[in-house]
Design a protein around this ligand. Sequence first.
Ligand SMILES: N[C@@H](CCC(=O)N[C@@H](CS)C(=O)NCC(=O)O)C(=O)O
Length: 252
Amino acid sequence: MPYTLITIPFSHFCEKARWALDHHGLGFEERAYLPLLHLAGAMPAGQRSVPILKAGEKTVGDSTDILHFCDQVGSGTRLFPATPLDEAQPDAIEAWEEEFDRRLGPAVRLAIYAVLLEHPGYTRDFMVSSGKGWQSSVMRLSFGAVRRAISKSYGITPERTQRARGRIDDLFARVAQTLADGRPYLGGESFSAADLTFASLAGPLVAPPEYGAPLPPLESAPDDLRRLIDDFRNTAAGDFVMRLYADRHALT
Ligand SMILES: N[C@@H](CCC(=O)N[C@@H](CS)C(=O)NCC(=O)O)C(=O)O
């Protein structure tokens, strides 16, 4: 395989990179790490966060840069169209993508972890089952420390969680309002980086069955996690995420 993608498998920013590679028909090997253990994969590439794409000598270390890279070398339709989809708003795709990255991604991560970390047994089992070999054993033994580190590094507090929920509600409402004129995609008639980024970064909150890595299992989920996901599934923007995922393979 010419490409290697270093990931935390369930991470939504990694999902975004995975989807872009699939969209462009670029075969890749995924090297997946559990949270914190991902530093073993990221630091040799001079980074602390994932996704990281290795393409021969080249390292691309940010999901947006990975989308642009895939647009340059891949065979799918461009995620950032060369000519604007909408003459009236030439930068609309870039603006949506940037806003989802900056505001939606971190807010979704905080909202999900805030619930997961309240259920250490369930979350430990999920993380252990998401890791391979030595990583599962290390996670089983050190989950308590990982849980504290996640809480501290993402600054999970009740106030910040509430603010994150407000921000997600606001973005979901704006997406729904944009689609209310009947357009199939955020930019109009064609699938773009805006749709891919929204669907990936909202993915863990809507939990589509086609998500590219196992998410916390809903069958055994604690009530508050189930409720959180039901709340977002029951929105117009949640429906949109489900539709994009159902069409994911047709769109690639
Ligand atoms: N802006 C980056 C954000 C990536 C990001 O936040 N990755 C998270 C996983 S969702 C991560 O690696 N967190 C671990 C850390 O920062 O130490 C991108 O778009 O790639």
